[in-house]
Design a protein around this ligand. Structure first.
Ligand SMILES: [Zn+2]
Length: 881
């Protein structure tokens, strides 16, 4: 699953999640002993479910027969149900009673007689509720391609919401076969995990029955229906691929359909097990939930991350491909082999993230995708460098914790980086053999981390558990310090020292150690791994002292490196000659060491100044991002103008060599880089850039064909920032006249970047108005809080006054996550006591731990801000002298 609202908030505010207990090392998967809240003496084997949704009244009716296996004599059967009322119940035709308890989300059936071991048939008739957001079976209103208001329905069950649509054993270890049928308006199409088996029309309604599913976990069941149309194709291995969209938008699924075929064929080959279901549907849901969900054979997507219209950008193409590659990786990691319990959610999410990055990089070599993913790795390291961070593997006991485990920084990004490091250390072929063995051993079943380590140990001959458990079971990551000694002939020997890297600058009270595969390369040589297992290791030969040294070669490891001063000086001198990945790693590390107060900003700026004519996108994105952080932190301070002038001077030569206009032979990352550099110079008040953006906007007003969608983004960003009322009104008119949501959001977001407080206020009013269509409700918080950049106090006051409207699309757990994101965003907009009181009023009761963690991050943010301002002022007086 992917949550974009949550990931976007986390990225925007660089947020950590914290204070979660680590899980104890586990045995291999065993159904009887795996953690869970339901008794295992009655096990479902096959469900036959009939539902009749009533979206007009937000209600549903259902009946269900479950083939259950009773494993020891019992009179009671316990399963999950939420907001369901039962009108009839029986076992083997003998009436039974059911008592649901919405507090525990469980129902207890008492049979008419004692059930003996063996197979039995349980029958239930019930009524339930439909939801208005992505939890259970939900109603989704949307503005259709015909300009009219429509309604469709869809489901979102992960983690624990299948129980809202049908009674079930709603824990991942209870795999069963599902045969679903739905009675809906006859004009509608319905899509589920499997192809349609039969369709019977009765006047205005029709009952669609789907073929029995694979044996799978309940959270993977899907039902989407409405005025939907599809396009389809068949891949080389015989799997049928479909893209479903609301009527009129199906042709925007062409790109996704081609991707779907390409990715599934590659995965069939990688895993050595062909995709089991006969078809794979990709379903575009307008709005709905701000992400994508890997239901087996029927993946649902927010339509903005599946459909690509004429106004799509390169960034959207990249996002669509990588999200598809993530959800499709889940068809194996998650669906074919499911984590035994939510503790091992990382077996789903870390793997899907890593596999997606691997596939996206392989299939689109010009995108330099692993370099791009360094941004995600830095996000994870930022979160994981707080004392309150948590391990990849966390112990989960209830529904709220299961939801909280979907932490974008740690479960997704750190997990992805850890797996990449592991693949590189074991070797890609050995790693793949281990994955294939794991899939063969656990297919159509469940797994723990230990099952994976056993398979990888077998194929690699290494004790993988000993290496890996420290990485998934401990919070944080190491700082590896490198000290070189040179002999009389110039040969270099290095000593390594590890300790946990904490951004606050304190030393690690827990004295954590890791097994760190340190990839070392000297000069232009290839890298060799040294496994650093103790606190210190000495006597490692590392080339010649005259050559640069790379101690995280290829930017593959999840650790930071601090070089001694002479080695850093050698590296800085040779910086322009280093491979791009190593430049990126050194810039990241030197910047983080500056934030932590462990080095001087001047050492970072020396690297940035040594970039020369290099056009590497991620390296420059890192520089532009770091300078941008300082520029924001310097606002309203005496050093602001001097620093901003310095930043413009540093970056301007890059702009001079790129220019405004794309060249036909520009690689995709160069186009991205051009937009970032222009955007940054605009943000830093470069008069030439601002004047040119205004000129180009005027030409665009006269002739809408003068700017491509990618160019519109950068021009609108600058023009929106410096807008006067007339310009603001012009952008607003474009927004209202936009033909589709992608285009509309581009203009609406431009309204949320105004420096002028009066316009910022107008922009926020627009964001919460009825002008924003229902399917864009998830974007509203992001729109309003874009104003934090230039008008933090105003955005804070507005959020406080209109919280209900701003967050109307957020469901339970998203609101809990706000406690983590919001305090840091407003750390310097209002007194922290006031921020805490507001956040407390926003989030559900019982979120105190999250609020404390959010407030701790806010305090850290202020500490880092004052540290970086002091460093920048000192570096500027140095640079002037
Ligand atoms: Zn996922």
């Amino acid at each position: 699953m992917q949550f974009f609202a949550r990931a976007a908030l986390a990225a925007a505010f660089a947020l950590p999640l914290t204070g979660i207990a680590s899980a104890a090392p586990e045995p291999p998967f065993n159904f009887d002993t795996t953690y869970g809240n339901l008794p295992k003496d009655v096990v479902p084997r096959a469900y036959t479910i009939s539902v009749t949704p009533d979206p007009d009244h937000l209600a549903l009716k259902g009946s269900e027969t479950v083939r259950i296996e009773v494993r020891k004599p019992t009179k009671t059967v316990v399963f999950n149900a939420l907001n369901l009322t039962f009108s009839r119940a029986s076992v083997d035709g003998v009436p039974a009673t059911v008592v649901p308890d919405d507090k525990t989300q469980r129902a207890t059936l008492t049979a008419g007689k004692i059930l003996q071991p063996g197979m039995h048939s349980l029958a239930l008739t019930y009524a339930g509720k439909m939801e208005t957001s992505g939890q259970g079976l939900f109603r989704q209103p949307y503005l259709g391609a015909d300009g009219k208001q429509h309604v469709m329905i869809s489901t979102q069950f992960e983690s624990t919401d299948a129980r809202r649509m049908f009674p079930c054993w709603d824990e991942p270890a209870f795999r069963a076969v599902y045969t679903l049928s739905a009675t809906l308006p006859a004009a509608w199409s319905a899509v589920s995990n499997m192809p349609v088996a039969s369709r019977v029309v009765h006047g205005a309604t029709a009952t669609t029955t789907f073929q029995p599913s694979e044996k799978m976990a309940s959270y993977l069941v899907v039902l989407s229906a409405g005025d939907l149309k599809s396009i389809s194709d068949v891949d080389a291995n015989g799997t049928r691929h479909e893209v479903w969209a609301t009527n009129g938008y199906e042709d925007e699924g062409r790109y996704a359909l081609a991707n779907s075929k390409q990715i599934l064929e590659a995965y069939d080959a990688y895993f050595g097990i062909k995709f089991p279901p006969p078809k794979l549907s990709s379903i575009a849901v307008p709005g709905g939930f701000s992400g994508a969900m890997e239901n087996w054979g029927g993946i649902t997507y927010n339509d903005q991350i599946l459909l690509l219209g004429k106004s799509g950008t390169l960034g959207q193409k990249e996002e669509i491909y990588s999200v598809q590659a993530h959800e499709m990786a889940h068809q194996w990691f998650g669906d074919l082999v499911t984590m035994s319990w939510w503790d091992d959610l990382w077996l789903n999410e870390s793997f899907a993230s890593w596999m997606s990055a691997r596939q996206t990089n392989l299939a689109n070599p010009t995108w330099l995708w692993w370099q791009d993913q360094d941004g995600d790795k830095e996000g994870a390291m930022g979160a994981d460098a707080e004392i309150t961070s948590h391990p990849i593997q966390t112990h989960v006991t209830d529904e709220l914790q299961a939801e909280a485990a979907f932490d974008p920084a740690i479960t997704y990004s750190k997990g992805q980086a850890f797996l990449r490091m592991t693949e590189a250390y074991l070797g890609p072929d050995t790693f793949r053999s281990g994955i294939r063995l794991y899939m063969q051993n656990q297919k159509f079943s469940n797994a723990t981390a230990t099952d994976l380590w056993l398979a990888l140990s077998k194929t690699s001959g290494k004790d993988v558990a000993a290496y890996a458990n420290g990485w998934i079971g401990q919070a944080g990551f190491p700082l590896v310090s490198v000290t070189a000694t040179c002999d009389a002939t110039g040969n270099r020997t290095i000593a390594l020292h590890q300790e946990r890297f904490l951004i606050s600058g304190i030393s690690d009270p827990a004295k954590t150690l890791w097994n760190v595969p340190v990839g070392i390369a000297s000069g232009s040589g290839t890298s060799a791994y040294t496994m650093l297992s103790a606190r210190d290791q000495t006597g490692i030969p590392a080339g010649s002292c005259s050559e640069p040294l790379r101690a995280n070669a290829g930017d593959i490891g999840f650790y930071r490196v601090a070089y001694d001063a002479p080695t850093l000086a050698t590296n800085t001198k040779a910086f322009g000659t280093l491979p791009d990945e190593d430049k990126i790693a050194m810039l990241d590390d030197q910047w983080a060491l500056t934030l932590a107060g462990k080095t001087d900003l001047k050492t970072y700026l020396a690297l940035a100044n040594a970039m020369g004519s290099d056009h590497d996108t991620r390296a420059w994105t890192q520089i532009v991002g770091s300078l941008g952080t300082i520029e924001r932190d310097e606002r309203n301070k005496t050093g602001h103008d001097a620093f901003t002038a310095y930043a413009r001077t540093l970056v301007h030569p890059l702009f001079d060599s790129l220019g405004w206009d794309a060249k036909p032979d520009d690689a995709p990352p160069v186009r991205t880089l051009r937009n970032r550099v222009i955007g940054a110079l605009g943000q830093w008040g470069d008069p030439g850039i601002i004047a040119e953006a205004k000129k180009r906007f005027a030409a665009f007003v006269a002739d809408r064909s003068t700017l491509t969608p990618d160019e519109q983004n950068v021009v609108l960003g600058i023009v929106g920032t410096y807008a006067d009322q007339a310009t603001f009104d012009q952008i607003h008119a474009f927004a209202k006249a936009a033909k589709n949501q992608t285009e509309a959001e581009r203009f609406y977001f431009a309204l949320e970047s105004a420096k002028d407080p009066k316009l910022a206020e107008q922009g926020m009013e627009i964001a919460i108005s009825s002008e924003i269509p229902p399917q864009a409700a998830n974007s509203v918080p992001g729109m309003v809080f874009s104003n934090v950049d230039w008008n933090p106090s105003l955005a804070y006051a507005f959020g406080k006054a209109h919280g209900k409207q701003v967050f109307k699309a957020f469901t339970g757990m998203d609101m809990v996550f706000l406690a983590l994101f919001v305090p840091q965003a407003f750390a310097d907009a209002a007194p922290l006591d006031d921020v805490q009181a507001w956040v407390t009023s926003l989030v559900p009761p019982g979120s105190d731990a999250y609020i404390q963690r959010g407030m701790s991050s806010a305090k850290l943010r202020l500490q880092l801000k004052s540290r970086i301002v002091e460093q920048a002022d000192s570096a500027m007086s140095f640079s002037r002298s």
